[in-house]
Design a protein. Structure first.
Length: 117
């Protein structure tokens, strides 16, 4: 059985290196921020695979969102989150219920006021 080879649609390492250039951060400085050896950073930036944890720390060090970049590059725009849709509907129902309760409260105040006369 032959394994299918998947290729990344973008090169994150190039993206990270470009961000380092924008922020004037050297490999040595990035290594210091990541608490890694300089040679390990060089190796990491030349290899195509990177652990998510390491990627996360790089994003924090460079104030970079590679996940948004990836989504943009592969054409994902505002994916629908069914959890948000359900939550929004529930919020609208609760707002209506609050409005109804306010009306009922006001009516009861009016009735109590009429009885006190």
């Amino acid at each position: 059985m032959t394994k299918k080879k998947y290729e990344m649609p973008v090169n994150l390492n190039d993206y990270i290196v470009n961000r380092m250039k924008e922020k004037y951060i050297s490999n040595t400085e990035l290594a210091r921020q990541l608490q890694m050896n300089h040679s390990s950073v060089l190796f990491m930036l030349k290899n195509p695979g990177m652990q998510i944890r390491r990627l996360w720390t790089i994003c924090e060090a460079l104030d970079l969102n590679v996940f948004r970049y990836l989504a943009n590059e592969i054409g994902i725009e505002n994916p629908v989150d069914s959890g948000n849709t359900l939550r929004d509907a529930e919020i609208e129902n609760l707002k209506k219920e609050i409005e109804d309760l306010k009306k009922e409260r006001d009516l009861l105040k009016e009735v109590i006021g009429l009885q006190g006369r």
